[in-house]
Design a protein around this ligand. Structure first.
Ligand code: ATP
Ligand code: MG
Ligand code: MG
Length: 566
């Protein structure tokens, strides 16, 4: 149920506006192009774009897409393109507000020079390991670097030569000169620049110095006029550093008076999956999944290929809300969201996943079926609640496919589907009464012989017939591959693996089942990207990559009801 109260970020923004601290609201989404977006990113996009829309001025929402491309080693154009496509698909529109942290490299460099001149930064020759070792701990102050006392002139000279490419990777860093005994470890002379002789996908070989996240991020926010810089909770204790840089640059009159404010919220965690890009990459590289767009992946690519709609993901993000408490959301919430949306929009069709042949031998009153194969043509509504979605015809032929588990030989009393001598309704057609069960040499049931009664109100053995099953005519049916997807991991918390094992230990070995199903004739023309409800089974998406004209291939998006844990 949607809550009427406003979340803590809305409350802070309201307070900022009321106090005149900001005149409008401007947000951004800052992905690092080192992987594909996942459902956690969707939460951030929906939050940031949602706020920009909610507080939009007459000229529309102020929402920036900024690629945080400060680490060239792991970043690629392929990711950049996919991220833009996914953000747009989700419905967030940055219009002309597309930025790259790398656009600011020159400005950042100039500001770093000013910080050096003001005595706020120095060149340090300690190795990454030495920097780490001398940082101290929560209870113990850090040890100042022996290079901390370098003169401004020496620092300016060395920094310039660092840029010039004179030094090897890791040989020197530029560090902010803050306080080696600060209670917050992030303030103990953090590294601002690292030397990396690596080509960048946008700036090429122009730079061999790359800024650290903390140094680049707030400055990018300030330059773009971001008012509320929303990030996940891990950055809460980086906020003093975020503010320290802004304070120094403002004191040096390098930044305008208005400045961004960092606000942290709890990141999204989901059961039965992992969300770290490193782990997702590992799943792809080690071929545990077919790719970034494998329908089992929590990536937006994967969810899209699974048949998730943008509406359902936005609804999910709305329902889970925004808080400051880390928690793990049950995957059922995500499933419910798509089920709700597809229940409204997906046309209904009949499909038999595990076929068993049912042969109609005559009418229940003893008369003969029509001589042609077609007994009757059934007109079925495409959606029970939406007549405007029309209907289609399905021929009831003498030979039908039904689901194997809609028949049971030794059925309990409460089994309302088909049993020997029993009757069942055939969806939209009439009733079938089972008179004979045919088995093969191994004793397996291979065919049911039934009589047909078009009058569904007729009593069978003095009782009304309760069960209704779906069916597909043998003649004219379409054979298609159907993939049934389940959780990628078999446990709620995949990261909790036994001693000596990794999250891979928890992979669900049965997360994909491929079937050759029988579909009603109309589905021959199903188009890539369409969703259908297969009656009594679930929602299925026509795979955009593996489907061919006239030969669709279906991915199960979600079952009709929760069957997990069974
Ligand atoms: P990783 O650590 O796996 O590389 P990341 O958080 O560094 O992920 P970014 O591309 O930097 O990934 O993230 C872009 C934005 O999305 C950031 O503002 C980040 O806070 C947000 N974000 C990432 N993961 C989540 C999540 N699980 N829930 C909410 N927001 C997230
Ligand atoms: Mg990252
Ligand atoms: Mg990041």
């Amino acid at each position: 149920t949607p809550t009427a109260s406003r979340h803590f970020i809305q409350q802070q923004i309201d307070a900022d506006l009321a106090a005149g601290r900001v005149k409008h609201v401007h947000t951004r989404f800052p992905p690092e192009p080192n992987g594909y977006l996942h459902i956690g990113h969707a939460k951030s996009i929906c939050l940031n774009f949602g706020l920009a829309k909610e507080y939009a001025g007459p000229e529309g929402p102020r929402f920036n897409l900024r690629f945080d491309d400060t680490n060239p080693a792991r970043e690629e154009q392929e990711y950049v393109d996919a991220i833009m496509d996914d953000v747009r698909w989700l419905g967030a529109d940055w219009e002309s507000r597309l930025y790259h942290a790398s656009d600011y490299f020159e400005t950042h460099y100039g500001w770093a020079v000013e910080l050096i001149k003001a005595g706020h930064a120095y060149v340090c020759d300690q190795t990454a390991e030495q920097v780490r070792e001398t940082r101290g701990t929560l209870t113990e102050a850090g040890t100042p670097s022996p290079y901390r006392g370098r003169s401004v002139e020496e620092n300016l000279d060395l920094f310039k030569r660092m840029r010039g490419g004179e030094f090897a990777d890791g040989a020197k860093t530029l560090r902010a000169k803050i306080d080696m005994s600060a209670a917050n470890v992030n303030l103990r002379d953090p590294v601002m620049y690292r030397i990396k002789h690596t080509s960048h996908q946008r700036t090429g070989d122009a730079w061999c110095l790359y800024p650290a996240y903390d140094w680049a991020h707030g400055q990018g926010d300030a330059m773009e006029g971001i008012t509320h810089s929303i990030c996940t909770l891990e950055f809460e204790n980086h906020r003093p550093l975020y503010d320290w840089y802004l304070d120094r640059l403002q004191a040096l009159k390098l930044l305008p008076g208005e400045r961004p404010r960092q606000i942290e919220f709890a990141r999204l965690n989901l059961t039965y999956t992992v969300m770290s890009k490193r782990k997702l990459l590992q799943l792809v590289q080690e071929k545990h999944v077919a790719g970034w767009d494998d329908p089992r992946m929590p990536t937006l690519r994967g969810l899209r290929r699974r048949g998730y709609t943008a509406e359902s993901i936005r609804a999910f993000c709305e329902r889970i809300g925004v808080t400051k408490q880390n928690s793990t959301i049950d995957m059922l919430w995500l499933e419910d969201a798509v089920r709700d949306h597809l229940n409204e929009t997906a046309p209904r069709r009949m499909a038999v996943l595990r076929p068993l042949k049912l042969v109609l031998t005559g009418y229940a009153d003893g008369s003969a079926l029509p001589p042609s194969d077609s007994v009757k043509v059934c007109k079925l509504d495409n959606h029970p609640q939406h007549p405007e979605l029309g209907s289609r015809s399905v021929p009831l032929t003498r030979e039908l496919w039904i689901e194997q588990d809609d028949f049971m030989e030794d059925a309990p009393k409460q089994f309302f589907r088909l049993k020997p001598g029993g009757a069942v309704r055939l969806r939209g057609a009439g009733m079938a009464i089972c008179q004979e069960v045919i088995k093969d040499a191994t004793g397996e049931v291979v065919e049911l012989r039934c009589v047909f009664d078009p009058d569904t109100t007729a009593l069978v053995e003095g009782k009304k017939v309760k069960g209704t099953i779906h069916w597909v005519p043998v003649e004219g049916s379409v054979e298609a591959e159907v993939r049934l997807y389940d959780h990628l991991f078999g446990v709620e918390e995949p990261d909790r693996a036994p001693e000596g094992e990794t999250f891979l230990h928890n992979l669900n070995k049965h997360s994909l089942e491929r079937l050759t199903a029988k579909l009603e004739p109309d589905l021959a023309t199903a188009c890539a990207g369409e969703s259908y409800q297969f009656e009594r089974i679930g929602y299925f998406f026509v795979d955009p990559i593996d489907s061919r004209a006239g030969a669709p291939c279906f991915n199960r998006t979600v079952t009709l009801r929760d069957t997990w844990g069974k």
